[in-house]
Design a protein around this ligand. Structure first.
Ligand code: DX5
Length: 222
């Protein structure tokens, strides 16, 4: 059982990257019915990461399918060019990669002006120290626990230590983890200070189905 951050509800956020896209609406509604806290939409442009995925149209489809908060995780170059399109489509939180923009402060301000919450995501090789200046301005930090670009990858073992370092920089920012999160890795990251768990394969690829996948993670973190 994980030692969870005091009074913090642990949120489970299915990532539709691993969903059956031919049944997207049903897959999103299954997650909502099973108690998911948010839905994550992984946006990849084939440049920042070597994969191509979803645009604002998919966010609109998820919006129409459920009433949960939607995170648009922008793994794209020049994310500032796409912010309003994703907020208009229904995203309630926009995450940009710190490595992808030269004007992070302005980008975060713009996300807030558009009425959405702002998050920053960092790749495995990026130091949490690089976030020191932007931390007071964002609601969430997504610590990538795999190299971004694909679902079903193995969790990077040094991630809990990195999360602990981030928690020393800010006691209030929400810490999200993303990549290789399942019933065995979730307790490690929650004990380190994370409270938002993105899960793709361990929910949409779980042998017992979506509800059982979410339950397995919740049971593991207690
Ligand atoms: C990877 C994405 C993740 C991915 C997680 O680049 O950012 O959100 O969907 O998938 P799993 O949980 O299968 O590692």
């Amino acid at each position: 059982m994980a030692h969870r951050p005091a009074g913090k509800r642990i949120e489970v956020v299915p990532s539709i990257l691993s969903a059956d896209l031919g049944r997207l609406t049903a897959q999103v509604q299954e997650a909502e019915a099973a108690g998911a806290d948010r839905i994550q939409v992984d946006v990849m442009d084939g440049h920042f990461v070597p994969n191509l995925t979803f645009g604002p149209g998919i966010v609109a489809a998820v919006r129409a399918a459920c009433s949960l908060p939607i995170e648009a995780h922008l793994m794209v170059e020049r994310p500032e060019e796409f912010l309003s399109a994703f907020v208009s489509a229904g995203a309630t939180l926009i995450e940009v990669q710190v490595e992808a923009t030269t004007s992070l402060y302005r980008t975060v301000q713009t996300i807030h002006q558009l009425g959405a919450q702002a998050g920053v995501a960092i790749n495995p090789a990026t130091s949490v120290e690089d976030l020191r200046e932007i931390l007071p301005y964002v609601e969430l930090v997504n610590v990538m626990t795999v190299e971004p670009g694909f679902g079903g990858q193995k969790f990077i073992p040094g991630s809990p230590e990195k999360i602990r370092r981030l928690r020393t920089l800010s006691s209030s920012v929400e810490i999200e983890v993303d990549g290789g999160i399942d019933a065995s890795t979730a307790p490690l990251v929650v004990s380190a200070g994370a409270s938002v768990l993105v899960a793709g394969n361990s929910v949409y690829g779980y042998r017992g189905g979506v509800a059982a996948g979410i339950k397995a993670i919740r049971d593991a973190v207690g």
